[in-house]
Design a protein around this ligand. Structure first.
Ligand code: FES
Ligand code: FES
Length: 152
């Protein structure tokens, strides 16, 4: 076991873990940040997506030892001071979730897209969201919400 200090949602969090432990386990089991979900566990579905320095990463396949001094943002840290982001508001307005299981990963991928490209084309939206699976097939509403947030 090693001691790690990771910056998560703007706070330094200190914990012990084995180097190969996936970041997802640290978030959920060690730190209690259960908004990030476990889906496939092998980097294929996007359910576990968080941001590392603003870019979407799959926390189920990211060893904690690889995070270093990077800034991790989870769904709990997406808004500021308990305020929803325009994207989260659009998610509610467009009634995007069905069962909800994939949705934090969808929001993290979509929010990284808009942070880097505030006015994405339809093709860019589809390309960015392509690897985030939803077994309830909410894809059209996800794209609607992204378009609506971009239009604001
Ligand atoms: S749970 Fe990480 S990509 Fe599926
Ligand atoms: S809302 Fe059910 S898996 Fe996406």
């Amino acid at each position: 076991m090693n001691t790690y200090t990771l910056n998560i949602n703007g706070q330094d969090r200190v914990f012990e873990a084995a180097a190969e432990t996936p970041l997802l386990w640290i978030l959920r089991d060690t730190l209690g940040l259960t908004g990030t979900k476990y889906g496939c566990g092998v980097g294929l579905c996007g359910t576990c997506t968080v941001h590392l320095n603003g870019s979407p990463v799959r926390s189920c396949v990211l060893p904690v030892s690889a995070v270093g001094t990077g800034r991790v943002t989870t769904i709990e840290g997406l808004g500021q001071n308990d305020q929803l982001t325009p994207l989260q508001e659009a998610w509610i307005e467009h009634d995007v979730p069905q069962c909800g299981y994939c949705q934090s990963g969808q929001l993290m991928t979509a929010s990284a897209l808009l942070a880097n490209n505030p006015r994405p084309t339809e093709g860019q939206i589809r390309a960015a969201m392509d690897g985030n699976l939803c077994r309830c097939a909410t894809y059209p509403r996800i794209r609607e919400a992204i378009r609506a947030a971009a239009a604001k």
